[in-house]
Design a protein around this ligand. Structure first.
Ligand code: AMP
Ligand code: MG
Length: 324
């Protein structure tokens, strides 16, 4: 962003109203959620949705999440099953995205051509105020260039896609740091398509729906997550995973840096240590962005075996390292 034009704004009532006006006339606004920053557009406006794909250079078959206020709004856009409703009532507002059969009013562009739609009510006061003020379902993928680490601070959005948005609402660093859990709830048995802060354990404990494994080769497209086909979340330098019993990852490189919970051997150019899995999740993407600029050719990341949010961390790290 070289033009010096002011893009980042505090989330005052006045700025939120201005952002809502931009959405209503088909423009793009970045906003904070509790997971990562979202790139918002009117989900019902095909042209506005097209601008999201252009700004992110996102493959057009990778569908968007519609951000709404609450479960009451879900039937406007989707065929809400009893299991899905129970999940929404238990986990919304919060980091759970529910995939359901779509109503015809949701443009195909927002659904990546599928007959399903992804819905979420975010637990962030700025995001909720923006949705309420605009009166719209807000399509909001992560506000990064496709393939880059997701943005967890307003400046990350500015650096990646600042030229494409009219306004970035600054809600500070995001609380959770990894994107929402995505579940396919088109059938009574749900499938976790992307792990997140609503963990497998939390979904199982809630006992609201039986959990089945997603099938990557399923002929039913709705049981797959299109986003998982693409390399993702990757910093601009190589990222290598440090698993228990694989000390070899540290050998032979001239300059490496490190992030994780375990203490690394001596010799890192720069080290970022997290005390808990929650802290690791929160700092994962900003650490990638910081370490790719520290001058090292290689980032070594601790691959944690923690349960709960550990599954989301392992998923993002695997993808960033080019594993599926
Ligand atoms: P992002 O908005 O960047 O957090 O990515 C949204 C994620 O939700 C991607 O992994 C998509 O593949 C997934 N998603 C969105 N809509 C659907 C859908 N209708 N069916 C399956 N996955 C979806
Ligand atoms: Mg994303």
């Amino acid at each position: 962003m070289m033009d010096g034009q002011k893009k980042i704004f505090d989330p005052t009532d006045d700025h939120i109203s201005r952002a809502a006006e931009i959405l209503k006339r088909g423009g793009l606004v970045a906003f904070p959620t509790e997971t990562v920053y979202g790139l918002g557009a009117n989900a019902l406006d095909e042209r506005a949705v097209g601008k999201i794909f252009e700004a992110k250079r996102r493959p057009c078959d990778n569908p968007l999440i519609l951000h709404i206020l609450c479960a009451d709004e879900a039937p406007l856009y989707a065929d809400v099953t009893p299991e899905a409703l129970a999940l929404m009532e238990r986990f919304w507002p919060g980091p759970l995205t529910v995939v359901l059969r779509a109503m015809h009013n949701v443009p195909l562009a927002a659904r990546g051509g599928l007959d399903t739609v992804a819905l979420r009510a975010p637990a962030n006061p700025v995001a909720l105020a923006l949705i309420r003020e605009s009166g719209l379902p807000v399509a909001g993928p992560s506000a990064n260039k496709s393939g880059r680490p997701s943005p967890t601070r307003a400046t990350d959005v500015l650096n990646d896609i600042g030229d494409s948005v009219e306004m970035i609402l600054d809600g500070g660093a995001t609380r959770i740091g990894v994107e929402s859990t995505v579940v396919d709830a088109t059938e009574p048995r749900i499938a976790i398509l992307r792990p997140g802060a609503v963990t497998r354990e939390m979904l199982a404990e809630a006992g609201l729906a039986e959990i089945t494994e997603p099938c990557p080769r399923s002929p039913d497209k709705s049981r797959r997550s299109p986003g998982t086909r693409y390399r993702h979340y990757a910093p601009s330098v190589e990222l290598r995973l440090w698993e228990d019993g694989s000390p070899g990852v540290f050998g032979g490189e001239s300059a490496w840096c490190y992030m994780g919970m375990k203490k690394p051997p001596e010799g890192a150019l720069r080290t970022i240590i997290f005390a808990t899995p929650e802290e690791y999740a929160r700092g994962l993407f900003s650490a990638m962005r910081e370490l790719e600029r520290c001058g090292a050719k290689l980032i070594i990341a601790d691959f944690p075996d923690a349960p709960g949010i550990g599954e989301a961390i392992r998923n993002r790290l695997s993808r960033a390292a080019g594993r599926q």
